[in-house]
Design a protein around this ligand. Sequence first.
Ligand code: 5GP
Length: 188
Amino acid sequence: MIKTDIQSIDEYNNKIKRVLITKEEIDEALDKAAERINAMYDGHPVLLVSILKGAFVLMADVCRRVTVPCEIGFMCAKSYYSGTVSAGKVSITMDLEQDISNYHVVIIEDIVDTGRTLKDVVNLLKERGPISLTVITLLDKPSRRVVDFAPDVALFTIPDCFVIGYGLDCGEYYRNLPYIAEYNEGVN
Ligand code: 5GP
């Protein structure tokens, strides 16, 4: 179990083990992802769907780069509670407002780990009959997969470590870091 109540600013900073992906690298990858969306939909409107909370930063950065007409929508789906161990179940605690049957839907996700969350979300959304459904994730941890799921686009493939920053948290902290870092599980 990871201790997440921070006792001091030193403890907080020491938990940031090393930067895995810099802000500049993220920016470059986002430019390419947006170009891809613009080319794929070629002027047709899209609905960008983000899974809260982790993908909120990514959504803000992607939607400002997209030049096709776009709406945004949010869902809340959780498979992790506190700490770094998957609880292994997914619950949808906030759903989309839109009836997606007339939309090209693009899911904008922060990270695919076991794959459970996105597999469930994708199945749910497919049942609602969108015109098309594409999954773009910032990070992919394929070595952790426990279900058969592959995103259409993964901007970075990372090793099996717990990461924080750029929307991703540990115990709700670190979402505001502008880069992706490895979380230091060993220090207080
Ligand atoms: P999955 O269902 O693929 O196992 O998990 C997806 C969710 O687990 C992500 O949306 C994210 O909230 C959380 N998660 C998985 N790996 C990490 C990680 O390395 N760091 C953080 N902060 N969250 C993670």
